[in-house]
Design a protein around this ligand. Structure first.
Ligand SMILES: [Zn+2]
Length: 120
């Protein structure tokens, strides 16, 4: 009864699957389905809140690692593709904010009203 997977078993499975990719020092293990806080050792900027179950079923929960994996697999797929497709991958790798950071459309300067010289 109780937890089908204990803290020790979870850590054992997690380390077997991910090696030293994740830091489990700060976890408070309650159950297999209660979120714990882990940290990606490659991207330690943000703690990841994930259930032990999800952690073992997915790539671990680090969105940065997931993104790198997706880009890597996309690049593998496009390995035999045209250079144009590779350029697209590079484009996808750009932060979204840069793509949106286009200069505003220039409005034409209002022309000053023509000055008519008064005849003397
Ligand atoms: Zn990561």
């Amino acid at each position: 009864m109780g937890n089908p997977i204990s803290r020790e078993l979870f850590l054992e499975r997690a380390r077997f699957r991910f090696g030293n990719q994740y830091d489990y020092a700060e976890i408070i293990y309650k159950s297999y389905k209660t979120p714990v806080r882990i940290r990606c050792t490659t991207h330690p900027v943000k703690q990841i809140s994930i259930t032990p179950e999800k952690h073992l079923q997915t790539t671990g929960g680090c969105k940065y690692c997931l993104r790198e994996m997706r880009i890597a697999s996309l690049e593998r797929e496009l390995n035999r593709a045209s250079p144009a497709s590779r350029a697209l991958v590079k484009l996808l790798d750009q932060p979204l904010i840069q793509q949106l950071d286009q200069p505003p459309i220039q409005q034409p300067e209002p022309q000053p009203a023509p000055i008519f010289h008064k005849e003397k």
